[in-house]
Design a binder for this molecule. Structure first.
Ligand SMILES: [Zn+2]
Length: 391
């Protein structure tokens, strides 16, 4: 049996241990030590991460009371009897401890409100608690969060008991197990008793913060999504960053965000309508100007004002109404039109010249569009003029 130091003192971050067995399996090394601070996972909690003698521990598994540490085989030189230094990823573990204890507390609060816990998921990103009963509304969730936070501020200590079957009646367990020999019981002083094999903080004040994000229906039950401990603080920081950026952009504080966005959407709708109305005038003016300045059957333009769809509309009008071949660039997009394949074949042009002119695009005869990889309108214009002449 491996001595489980993570139970004796879950706050041990570093430990000297002795290697008792080394095995190779499927290209990996599995190390057994006399004692360990690596929690092997279980009870919804993820296994610990960390290092043994500076080498990353990839996984931790418990089998028949023995706790095995998985390591890469390369460069690993471990021998039975060797002293090694174990070191766990403490911020990761401490979050697991906060999360696990926070889940016990939240489950106890939910249980008293009539929503007993069926299963839990203690993830890296968030905590999920599946409960028996109907979906909770936002007022109920808010109330439960408040109750949990108030309990945290009471700083109740957390006790661990090892219990044999005869003693079990002394403890009002939330979910009594059916059969056991020696049960590990986690007590939040006088408030909650539950059987659990995970690692926990020694006082619920260490949970710090609880944020319930919402509740959804699953398998005919309700599932609560929450952030606990370090993850809740991280979420707060993320929100703060977004808030900070939006405050600068929207020139108002977060209480006015909704109103400000609604106002901007309204303005945008108005501007879109206005644009739709004015576009034909803009296109008309541009086309007339271009045709007047043109010295042949083809027209070229890099459109600096307007938008992409204006460029498309100008190209179409030049070929439809003015019988011109038109190449209109907007940003790195282009629109190429031709009134007839006899005058200028757009498909043939792309097929033969796209590669050398670094164009990428396609479309039906007379209207094609695409991307210009180079800003080479002049070179394109020369090629098009040449092809028209050769026809
Ligand atoms: Zn637990």
């Amino acid at each position: 049996m491996t001595e489980k130091v993570f139970y004796q003192n879950p706050y041990t971050k570093k430990l000297m241990a002795t290697v008792t067995e080394v095995r190779e399996k499927e290209g990996y090394l599995w190390l057994l030590t006399d004692q360990t601070i690596f929690y092997p996972g279980g009870g919804g909690q993820l296994p610990d991460r960390g290092k043994i003698d500076g080498q990353s521990v990839l996984d931790v598994k418990e089998k028949n009371g023995k706790i095995w540490h998985q390591l890469e085989k390369e460069n690993a030189k471990f021998q039975t009897g060797q002293k090694v230094v174990q070191e766990i990823d403490w911020s990761y573990r401490y979050y697991q401890m906060q999360q696990h204890t926070g889940q016990h507390l939240l489950s106890a609060v939910l249980d008293r409100a009539g929503w007993p816990t069926v299963s839990v998921h203690l993830g890296e990103a968030y905590t999920l608690i599946e409960v028996e009963g109907r979906l909770l509304d936002s007022a109920e969730l808010k109330d439960l969060e408040k109750q949990t936070q108030q309990l945290i501020s009471q700083a109740l200590p957390v006790f661990i008991h090892w219990v044999i079957p005869d003693e079990i009646k002394r403890f009002p367990l939330r979910r009594p197990p059916k059969e056991f020999d020696n049960l590990r019981l986690v007590e939040i002083k006088g408030f909650d008793y539950s059987a659990c094999g995970g690692t926990h903080v020694q006082n619920i004040a260490e949970i710090g913060l609880v944020k319930i994000l919402g509740c959804e229906k699953i398998r005919g039950r309700a599932r609560i999504k929450a952030l606990l401990g370090a993850r809740a603080f991280q979420y707060l920081e993320e929100l703060h960053q977004v808030n900070f950026q939006l405050r600068e952009k929207l020139k108002t504080d977060h209480l006015q965000f909704n109103e400000r966005v609604a106002q901007l959407q309204e303005e945008l709708t108005y501007l879109k309508r206005l644009k739709k109305f004015y576009q034909p005038f803009f296109v008309e003016v541009k086309c007339n100007q271009l045709v007047k300045e043109a010295d042949g059957p083809a027209v070229f333009l890099k459109l600096e004002q307007g938008e992409q769809d204006d460029a498309a509309a100008i190209a179409k009008k030049l070929s439809n109404d003015f019988k011109k071949v038109a190449f209109i660039q907007f940003d790195r997009r282009f629109f190429l039109t031709s009134p007839s394949a006899r005058l200028f074949d757009t498909i043939k042009f792309l097929k033969e010249k796209a590669e050398s002119l670094e164009l990428k695009g396609g479309g039906p005869q007379g209207f094609c569009q695409g991307i210009m990889k180079q800003n080479n309108l002049e070179q394109i214009a020369e090629t098009i003029k040449m092809m028209i002449k050769q026809n």
